[in-house]
Design a protein around this ligand. Structure first.
Ligand code: LLP
Length: 425
């Protein structure tokens, strides 16, 4: 569910007409809805709290990679949401947005020594260790500081899942996590070190997962491992279940609900007496954002193909080019003209700069506005200045009010970041 609805034929973000934002800020521009972020977080929080006996005082840590805008993070932080981070930059963003260190998890396959040291100094809640070699480095970094940070071992359960091969993370050949058969020995090794404090296990098997079965199988594997570690006298008090639950980009009605998903986790963790953590990214943010774009021209070719050339390109929204991802595209002003089949393309000089082929839409003209729905997760964060296009701006709406929360840089600002080599005069 989201809060982008039509009022008198014009698409609004909550109480604000998208046309007004496009006119004031220009296009392309991302627009986020506070009410949608709040609703999604609230639904998950409520479901998790209803299963307190199985999930403990569970942490919901938003995966910052999905949408790292400071105002989006601050919106979630005010609700009590934590942050799942994968770099020093993301930890700094979360802290700057008001997420307390005690709610920040630090994950990632390639944390540098400097980043590990930074995370220890910041006092993050937990560092998720993804390999034996990383554990050795963390022990050395922590020893030099006289610290003993709390860690979880991220297990690769060899159960990959997700909406596309390129967003699967739990498969046997994926780079993420410690192979399940090696994890118990690594956990014991960590427990024997005075420089780290193993508190639990973690997993994240993929993204845009649309059935509960693979998630349940992975969580069961964590449960079994918890019991085995405890049988060896080790303490396991937290299970980090990752993110990954899919959202209905195609309007699918048969996706597992948040309540079903949480009920499943509660069933699997029942009686373990652990504190659970969830790391949703897409689930909280995807439907809380749209990308607004204007039609530059309609290129109806004599071969019958009609290209709707938009002012948003793959540099602004990478998902279709990277993962063949589907985003619903709707005219901002309701149109009753004849529907046509369009190839929706951007202006970038790349053949992959295609958002959709043969998409049926109402007849559109140059200057019309369209909205890419479900663009709040992995949208602006993946944007670039490719083809020397200014980085796409972002707007946050809250009821009737709205604010530019990342401005579009001027060309002067772009060039100012590139000081000329002194010998070039
Ligand atoms: N936790 C960890 C350790 C992760 O690696 C990820 C995502 C998440 C949580 C959040 O997963 P989510 O709930 O959003 O599925 N750029 C791709 C998605 C890549 C996901 C990578 N990891 C896309 O646009 O579909």
């Amino acid at each position: 569910m989201h809060h982008f609805d039509r009022i008198d034929g014009a698409l609004h973000a909550e109480g604000v007409p998208l046309e007004a934002i496009a006119d004031a800020v220009g296009t392309p521009v991302y627009v986020y809805s506070t009410a949608t972020l709040t609703r999604h977080y609230g639904l998950l929080r409520e479901a998790v709290d209803a299963h307190r006996t199985s999930l403990g005082d569970a942490l919901i840590a938003f995966a910052v990679k999905a949408n790292s805008n400071l105002s989006v993070l601050a919106t979630l932080a005010r609700l009590g949401c934590g942050a799942d981070t994968v770099s020093e930059g993301e930890i700094r963003r979360a802290l700057a947005a008001g997420v307390p260190a005690s709610r920040i998890i630090f994950s990632g396959v390639g944390k540098t020594d400097a980043e590990l040291a930074f995370a220890i100094e910041a006092g993050v809640r937990q560092i998720n260790v993804e390999s034996a070699v990383e554990l050795d480095r963390l022990i050395a970094v922590a020893a030099a500081k006289g610290a003993a940070p709390e860690i979880a071992i991220r297990v690769n359960p060899k159960i990959g899942a997700g909406g596309h091969a390129k967003i699967t993370t739990g498969g046997a050949t994926d780079k993420f996590g410690v192979p399940a058969e090696e994890a118990p020995a690594l956990y014991a090794r960590a427990a024997a070190s005075p420089h780290v404090t193993p508190v639990g296990l973690a997993c994240h098997i993929g993204s845009q997962i649309t059935t509960l079965e693979p998630l349940e199988a992975a969580f069961r594997a964590l449960r079994e491992m918890t019991l085995a570690l405890r049988a060896d006298g080790l303490t396991v008090s937290r299970l980090d279940l990752g993110g990954g639950l899919g959202v209905p980009y195609h309007g699918q009605a048969d996706l597992p609900s948040i309540a079903d998903y949480v009920a499943m986790t509660a069933r699997v963790l029942d009686g373990l007496e652990v504190e659970a953590a969830f790391e949703p990214g897409r689930l909280l943010a995807a439907n809380a954002g749209v990308l607004l774009s204007r039609v530059i021209q309609v290129n109806a070719r004599s071969d019958g193909r009609t290209f709707l050339v938009l002012d948003a390109g793959m540099n602004d929204l990478m998902r279709p080019a990277l993962y063949d991802a589907f985003h619903d595209v709707v005219p901002v002003r309701e149109r009753d003209g004849e529907a046509g089949a369009y190839d929706l393309v951007g202006p970038i000089c790349e053949s992959t700069d295609v958002f959709a082929r043969d998409r049926r839409l109402a007849a559109l003209e140059a200057g019309d506005l369209v909205a890419f729905m479900g663009a709040g997760a992995y949208g602006a964060v993946l944007s670039s200045e490719y083809n020397s296009r200014a980085l796409v701006p972002e707007v946050l709406v809250d009821g009737e009010r709205w604010a530019v929360v990342r401005g579009r840089p001027s060309y002067e600002e772009m060039w100012a970041r590139e000081p000329k080599a002194d010998w070039l005069g």
